[in-house]
Design a protein around this ligand. Structure first.
Ligand SMILES: Nc1ncnc2c1ncn2[C@@H]1O[C@H](COP(=O)(O)OP(=O)(O)O)[C@@H](O)[C@H]1O
Ligand SMILES: [Mg+2]
Length: 306
């Protein structure tokens, strides 16, 4: 299954949440592959704590592959190459957790038909090997989004399930922006339809994820003055209404990740150790990642809400 992670804005929590979903899915045994398609800023190795590829790899990454310079992009086995002691060694029951990084210094690039072909070939090969291929796309209406919409419209990929996670923060600006990215001009629906996707099928493959959401009932907010707690609740109600008006309501929301103190300070995977022994991260955060990981393949969550 292909999972595309996208957001209209940068800094939504898309990469950190996606990496944690990949990790939570691999832990109980699924083989998971994570592709850094944030071509302008390929830094997702930082979340996995892989020092050799923090700003992209110096070897042949996804940029080199998509340009046709190498036959296969470099693969990084996270369990073997992470510097995070909490992630090593690979747990006995865990599946593969593999990162395909972008090239260091590689930027966005204009698409040619051979780029689309190579992208589709890669997706087909990974589909045979991995249960989940999670593709972290650039923010906004990017070449990366166009590329995968064109690749997945090819007949060879018609039998491969592709799902979209649209990340946004819980603010007015982010809600409106996320709706625009999906339903607006040159958005996912419009671009997808123009590339040959069937509208209803594409629409049903999109779900929203709310990231870094402050919850008034969280222990983090226990010290709020009553006036602040009330204000936060009113804000939350306003945002809930706004989200529904923009077709980002609960039926189309796959999950909500609470604001976590660890992630505010550091982009990383939240391990059970962080939650249970050192207790630096919140249990609710790890649970939200695990729930999202399970929801990716829970078909009941992907039925048409109409
Ligand atoms: N649940 C969360 N709670 C607190 N901070 C978060 C959470 N998720 C992500 N962040 C932080 O927000 C910032 C942006 O996240 P990132 O995943 O890099 O966004 P994007 O990929 O959308 O640009 C990072 O510093 C990250 O650690
Ligand atoms: Mg990112």
């Amino acid at each position: 299954m292909l999972i595309f992670a996208i957001s209209d804005k940068g800094g939504t929590g898309r990469s950190v949440t996606s990496a944690n979903i990949a990790y939570r899915r691999a832990l109980p045994g699924a083989d998971v592959c994570y592709l850094d398609f944030d071509f302008g800023s390929p830094t997702s190795a930082a979340v996995f704590d892989v020092p050799s590829a923090l700003r992209g790899t110096e070897q042949a990454g996804l940029h080199s592959y998509l340009r046709g310079e190498v036959a296969e992009p470099q693969r990084i086995d996270i369990w073997a190459e992470t510097e995070s002691a909490g992630l090593r060694p690979r747990p006995a029951q865990a599946g593969q957790l593999v990162l395909l990084p972008g090239d260091r210094g590689g930027g966005e690039f204009v698409l040619g038909s051979d780029t689309v072909r190579r992208c589709a070939d890669l997706f087909l090969r990974l589909e045979e090997e991995f249960e989940i291929t999670l593709v972290d796309l650039s923010a906004g209406r990017s070449y990366a989004a166009q590329l995968v919409l064109e690749a997945t419209a090819l007949p060879e990929l018609s039998s491969v399930t592709a799902r979209w996670l649209v990340f946004h923060r819980w603010t007015r600006q982010h809600i409106i922006a996320a709706a625009g990215l999906v339903y607006g001009d040159r958005g996912i629906m419009a671009t997808g339809a123009s590339r040959g996707h069937e509208r209803d099928r594409l629409r049903d493959s999109v779900r929203f994820v709310r990231a870094a959401v402050p919850s008034p009932s969280s222990p983090m907010f226990a010290e709020l003055r009553p006036a602040q707690a009330l204000w936060l609740s009113i804000c939350d109600e306003d945002l809930t209404r706004l989200a529904s008006e923009h077709k980002l309501g609960p039926m189309l929301t796959l999950g909500t990740v609470p604001l976590d103190p660890v992630l505010q300070w550091r982009e990383q995977l939240i391990t059970d150790e962080d939650v249970l022994s050192s207790q630096v991260a919140n249990l609710e955060t790890a649970q939200a990642f695990a729930d999202l990981a399970a929801a990716l393949t829970d078909d009941r969550r992907w039925q048409s809400p109409l």
